[in-house]
Write a protein that binds this ligand. Structure first.
Ligand code: G3H
Ligand code: 13P
Ligand code: ZN
Length: 330
């Protein structure tokens, strides 16, 4: 059993309390490899932002759980070396079983998500409570989820959103003891969050997706005032990155994300954690494609992963400073 405190990590409790009262959101950036981790830490140290290093079950399998633990420990030391000991959480994204959550806690995670959203309400409550009871023995914080995001979640494809029912949240939070709650108000995972026919066009011909359901968010906040709320599926799918990927041999079709002004607005509410993965994937892919097309003879991975890391770092700084408001909150 490795305790996250021995790795220099923190749980989300204090972080979320400050974010909710301060009207900003903590970035939860997914990572699978060293370059992504370096970019996250470099960006958050430069922006002086607290950060959640987020690991999905797939990422854990890809990177190896033991390596991940040492990478997270390394991230803490790396931040200090770069000049700012920002608070760092190591979080399991979309845990789908008690066993996976338990294993992550034993490997040094300071926060886990148990995603029971595919189950019935009663089963979601029971599973979430079981994880909370175990996690809290080690002061590990737990994120639960109510409602289903459209798109792909845990390999389950949902054709449309099942928005979170505000009338459920108080009961869910009370019965489970969770520390934060992921809700469904119109975001979704991946690069194709909306179909073009769901969008309107603005004066410049740019597709504008339907707005997030801020009415549901407000209703939820009324029922559990100040309780930490999480937004998944919050990539904005920057169109310059999509364009660059497609101009350099890619084939991304109808890639549409959540406009940044809506995430800015959400960050000012009880939304205190915003999950971003796809935007990072786009940034890395755009940079790698650009380099390899410009220099077809290049075969040193550092020559394309280095620029990919730099692109990623700039994207993350922008998120902290201009979207989530987490800059200078470390
Ligand atoms: O919500 C899902 C995250 O973007 C992680 O995706 O399961 O492909 O690692 P992944
Ligand atoms: P995006 O696909 O919008 O980046 O969402 C990531 C996420 O919610 C991870 O849990
Ligand atoms: Zn998610």
């Amino acid at each position: 059993m490795v305790n996250y405190k021995d790795l220099g990590l923190v749980n989300t409790r204090e972080m979320f309390k400050k974010a909710v009262s301060g009207g900003y959101a903590i970035p939860a950036f997914n990572f699978n490899n060293m370059e992504q981790m370096q970019a996250i830490i470099q960006a958050c140290v430069e922006a002086k932002s607290p950060v959640i290093l987020q690991v999905s079950a797939g990422a854990r399998k890809y990177a190896n759980q033991t390596l991940l633990r040492y990478m997270a420990q390394g991230a803490v030391e790396y931040a200090k070396e770069l000049g700012c000991a920002i608070p760092i959480v190591l979080h399991l994204d979309h845990g789908d079983s008690f066993e996976l959550c338990k294993s992550c806690i034993e490997y040094g995670f300071s926060s886990v998500m148990i995603d029971g959203s595919a189950h019935s309400y009663e089963d979601n409550v029971a599973l979430t409570k079981k994880v909370v009871d175990y996690a809290h023995q080690y002061d590990v914080t737990v994120e639960g989820e109510l409602g289903v995001l459209a798109g792909i979640e845990d390999d389950v494809v949902a054709a449309s959103h099942v928005y979170t029912r505000p009338e459920d949240v108080e009961d869910f939070v009370k019965k489970t003891g969770v520390d934060s709650l992921a809700i469904s108000i119109g975001t979704s995972h991946g690069a194709n969050k909306f179909k073009p026919e769901q969008c309107t066009r603005n004066a410049d011909g740019i597709l504008v997706p339907p707005p997030l359901r801020f009415d549901i968010l407000k209703e939820i906040e009324k029922r559990i005032p100040g309780f930490p709320i999480v937004l998944h599926g919050s990539s904005s799918i920057p169109q310059d990155l999509v364009k660059s990927i497609n101009e350099h041999g890619g084939a991304l079709k109808d890639a549409i994300g959540i406009p940044e002004d809506q995430l800015r607005e959400a960050s000012k509410s009880a939304v205190c954690k915003i999950n971003i993965d796809s935007d990072g994937r786009l940034a890395m892919t755009a940079a790698v494609r650009e380099v390899l097309q410009a220099k077809p003879a290049e075969f040193d991975p550092r020559k394309y992963l280095g620029p990919a890391r730099d692109r990623l770092k700039n994207l993350y700084i922008h998120k902290c400073q201009d979207v989530l408001g987490s800059a200078n909150k470390a």
